[in-house]
Write a protein that binds this ligand. Structure first.
Ligand code: RB5
Length: 146
């Protein structure tokens, strides 16, 4: 199960990625927005984050105009590791090394075909654990130390 959400700046890309995911056998939970009308990206980041943290989705996708605001918002929520990616290599590493549970994309930055490549790199990758687990644990510790 993949949770997906966008603000108005990411709405068109969200619809295209939803279609891709559904055509490729993924179950999806669409957390909105549901039109091109202006909404606030922190609200969408919170919705997708809550679905992921509840265990109702294994991973999340967040899209705003740049991918920046919505990833900053998501990363304020304990337990979320949202990776803003503009290339497939970073997307794979975000999973293999950082165990990112959300990928963030920019609907006004990244075209649909590249976004699909980035998304597939992220979804096909698995966390490698080992030394990376120690580092991810240190990220988690920062949530309570500051
Ligand atoms: C909305 O206009 C825009 O600010 C938002 O989509 C995003 O790019 C913020 O980081």
């Amino acid at each position: 199960m993949i949770a997906i959400g966008s603000d108005h700046g990411g709405y068109e890309l969200k619809e295209q990625l939803l279609q891709f995911l559904e055509e490729n056998g993924y179950e999806t939970e669409d957390c909105g927005t549901f039109s091109g009308e202006s909404v606030d990206y922190p609200d969408i980041a919170e919705k997708v984050a809550k679905v992921v943290l509840a265990g109702d989705a294994e991973r999340g996708i967040l899209i705003c105009g740049t991918g920046i605001g919505i990833s900053i918002a998501a990363n304020k929520i304990n337990g979320i590791r949202a990776a803003h990616c503009t290339d497939p290599y970073s997307a794979r590493m975000a999973r293999e090394h950082n165990n990112a549970n959300i990928i963030a994309l920019g609907g006004r930055i990244t075209g649909t075909e590249l976004a699909i490549e980035i998304l597939c790199a992220y979804l096909d990758a698995e966390f490698q654990g080992g030394r990376h687990q120690r580092r991810v644990d240190k990220i988690t510790a920062l949530e309570t130390q500051n």
